[in-house]
Structures are given as C-alpha cells and as structure tokens.
Design a protein around this ligand. Structure first.
Ligand SMILES: [Zn+2]
Length: 477
C-alpha cells in the first residue's frame, strides 16, 4: 500500500518537473549554438529539444530496420526462427482458442464439440497431455468406450497424465467386471499417488472384494500414515481385516497361524464380536479355557451377543449346569440387566430344567421385548412345566409372528446378513455391519430354531428346540 503511494507521488513529481521544464524552455530568451564539422546551428532551446527527440526517433527506426534485415538475412541463410516464430505465435493463439472452446464444451456437456475442438487444438498446439485429456473425458461422457480407452492409453505415456490414464482404464475394467485387472491398476494408481484418498479407498474396496486381506491392511496403514483415517477407526478396521485374514488362513487349513491371527484381531478390537468368538475358540483349541472365558467376558462387557453365548456353551461343554450358570453369572456381571444376558441365562436354566428360575429371569422381558427368541424360550418353559401341546403350539405361533430381534445389518445398504462378514455381500462396503434391530416388516428370516422346530415331525414327541445353541443340550436328554 505504502509502495503504491510512493509510486503515485513520484509520478506526480516527474510530471510536474517536466511541465516546469517545458514552461521554462518556452519563456527562456537564450539560444543554443551547435557546431558540427564546418556547420554551425543556432536555435531556441525548444527547437533544440524537439530536434533531439526527432533524432532519437530516427535512431530507433533504424535499429528496428536493422533487426528486420538481419531476420531476413538469417532466414535466407537457413535459420527459420525469426520468420517461423511469427507464424508459430499465430498457430499457438489458434490452438489455445480451440483448447479453451473444448474445455468449455466439455464443461457444458457438449461432448462431441469438445472432441472436435480438442482435435483442432492438438493440430495447432501439439500438446497431447492437454488435448488427450479432454478427448478422453469427452469420449467417456459420450459412452464411447473404445475411444476413451484409446486416449487413456495415450495418457499413460506422459508422467503428468499417467495417473488419470490408469484411473480411467481401471474404471473401465471394473465396469466390464474384470476385477483382477482393475485391482492391479488400482495398485499402480496407488503407487503413483499414495496420498490420493479416493485411490486409497478404491484400492481398499477392491482388495476387500478380492479378499486380499494382507494387501488391504497395507492400504489401511497408508491411510493412517497420510492422515486420511483417524487412529481409532484404523484400529477397528485393522482388526476387521485381521479377522478376515484369520478366517481365510483357517480355510487354507493353517490352524496355528489362524489361531494367532484371531487372537491378534481380538487384541486390536476386543469388542469386535466375531473376533472375540474366533479368539475364544482358538484359545480353547490350545487348551486355554481361562483365556477363552476372559475373551468372552471382555466382549460381553461391551456388547452381549448370542454368538458369544454360543462360544460360551462350547467352552464350558464338559462342565455341569451348575458350574455353567455360576460361570456365566460372574462373566456377565457388568451387563446383568441386559436383555441378552437375561435371555441366555434363561436358556441355561431351561437346559438345567430349572423352569421356575428361567421364568423368573424372563418374566419382565416378555412384556417389553417380545422377540421370537424370547417367545420361544417361553414356549420351552411352558413345555417343561408340563403344558399341553396345543398351548405350546400357540406360543410358538406367536413367536413366528414376533420380531426377529437384532441382526447383522449393513449400515450402508440395510442388507441383513445371517452371519457377520467383513464386507457387505450387497454393496461390498468394508466394516459396515452392525448388530441392530430391524423393523417387523423386514423380518423375512425366521429364527433357525423355530424353522427347524416346525419342520420337525418330532413335535408331538415334545422334542423342543429353543435355540440352535441349545439344541445339543436338549437332544442329549
Ligand atoms: Zn451394504
């Protein structure tokens, strides 16, 4: 600001000085005498100034003329620069005009015009990194896949546009269903621009879809490193991926490695139910029952869940009913009032044939949350207490119409999953499943135990199955 003020002030001083100088020259009565060779000139100061300026002008014209003659001389002697530069400037102007028109056409959705303008710009400019970019995008907008592909490939040749080319071809391959190649291209794009968040996410989704768990964990680490993922979310997702890795290792038959991976997943995120169940089973296989119970307890404290209850039954399979109930009570102490705790305790009481205790536990639940599972337990209690088949059948019919209770639901697309998976089977999102209650109208899945029960011909024999997890217990009797 100050600098501008000084500039303006300086300008005024110069103008004033010139005005004063010219005024002085007009008013002065003296003469200037100039002698050169044998000539002598006498003139007023004003004429002298004008003459001086005229001489300067002639000198400037002569300089320009000399430059032009020099250029023509250079051209004649084989140097094209001077003259061709004139024509080049002209071509450059036309080229940039066409380029600007092409960009505007692309932005306004006139893709065909954009292609034409890009071709014209290329003719004048010879700047493929700019013109190919426009043509590729316009072809994409026109759904002209072969042309878009052709130009994406051209973009691969230049360092500056390679990334765009790779991404373009990757998306094409993905839409064609060639996920193997798409994954390779996503990896290439990631190596070109590891900080690019969309590429990170794209690669992660593809790796999860292709079940490349170790690769996905590396991408996830990169997201943490470049600050595109908060630390706590990273920890949770890493646990999800570690768990998926453990499952795939187990499928390959490498039990010991799978066991370690499951325990690692549980360490990363103790409240991740499927990791806890897998870790508990891993400890159990290694004979570490106490560790297995500790894992279940830790997860139950955060989120009581029927899958944890199932593992608890497996871990305590060799124990008697009294020990089981005592052990579960101490394990679930923190969540003693949780519905899940009460229902499972009731099931344990039913399997120990202590129907009074079972009824006491669920009594206040039947009114508030009449889920299918709860009503099935009630039917089992009635059956155990000696109610006739018709009454039990009525109770089970009620259970059929009741809410399914909580299920694994994708938070992204609301797809219901019978079992937990790390990647949604519908929208392929990673770690979007949560254990939540679905509205009654969406309850197309009946409890497995009820379905088995109704299909069973053994109904009249009183072979009641209250829950899949308890089937074995009841069948033993
Ligand atoms: Zn989904």
């Amino acid at each position: 600001m100050l600098f501008y003020l000084i500039k303006i002030f300086g300008f005024f001083i110069i103008v004033a000085a010139i005005a004063i100088g010219v005024g002085e020259l007009f008013q002065s009565s003296g003469f200037i005498r100039l002698s050169m060779f044998n000539f002598e000139f006498t003139m007023s100061p004003m004429i002298a100034l004008l003459t001086f300026m005229a001489v300067l002008f002639v000198f400037w014209v002569l300089l320009k003329l000399f430059g032009f003659i020099n250029a023509i001389f250079s051209f004649v002697s084989g140097d094209e620069t001077a003259v061709s530069r004139f024509f080049y400037k002209n071509r450059e102007r036309k080229g940039f005009e066409a380029l600007a028109d092409g960009m505007v056409a692309l932005a306004s959705g006139e893709s065909k015009l954009a292609v034409t303008k890009a071709a014209r710009a290329e003719k004048y400019l010879k700047r493929p990194e700019l013109t190919n970019l426009i043509t590729a995008q316009a072809a994409e907008a026109l759904n002209d896949k072969p042309k878009a592909y052709e130009f994406y490939k051209k973009l691969l040749k230049d360092d500056r546009t390679r990334f765009v080319g790779v991404i373009g071809i990757m998306k094409q391959k993905l839409s064609e269903g060639d996920t193997d190649l798409a994954l390779k291209l996503a990896e290439r794009a990631f190596s070109l621009k590891p900080k690019h968040e969309k590429t990170q996410d794209f690669l992660l989704t593809l790796q999860a879809k292709k079940e490349d768990w170790s690769g996905a964990r590396k991408t996830l680490s990169a997201k943490l490193k470049y600050g595109t993922l908060p630390r706590d979310v990273h920890r949770r997702r890493d646990a999800v991926l570690a768990l998926s890795e453990a499952k795939s290792i187990l499928a390959e038959g490498k039990n010991i490695e799978a066991r370690e991976a499951a325990i690692e997943a549980n360490r990363l995120s103790p409240d991740l139910i499927p990791a806890a169940t897998m870790a508990a089973r891993s400890y159990m296989e290694g004979g570490k029952v106490k560790n297995a119970l500790r894992v279940i307890k830790k997860a139950w404290e955060v989120r009581p869940h029927p899958d944890l209850a199932t593992v608890f039954l497996e871990v305590t399979e060799k124990e008697d009913h009294i020990y089981r109930i005592k052990s579960f009570k101490s394990l679930s102490r923190v969540q003693v009032n949780h519905n899940e705790t009460k229902m499972f305790l009731a099931e344990l009481y039913v399997s120990s044939e202590d129907f009074d205790a079972a009824r006491l536990v669920i009594n206040d639940l039947v009114q508030s949350v009449p889920t299918a599972r709860l009503l099935t337990i009630r039917a089992a209690i009635s059956k155990g207490e000696g109610a006739d088949d018709e009454l039990v059948r009525g109770l089970l019919n009620e259970a059929l119409k009741a809410s399914r209770g909580s299920q694994w639901v994708c938070e992204n697309c609301s797809q219901v999953h019978v079992h937990w998976v790390s990647v949604c089977v519908n929208c392929f999102s990673l770690d979007t499943l949560s254990w939540q209650e679905m509205p009654t109208e969406n309850n197309f899945n009946l409890p497995e135990s009820v379905e088995l029960f109704l299909e069973s011909d053994d109904f009249d024999k009183g072979d009641i199955k209250i829950d899949v997890s308890l089937d074995q217990d009841l069948n033993k009797k």
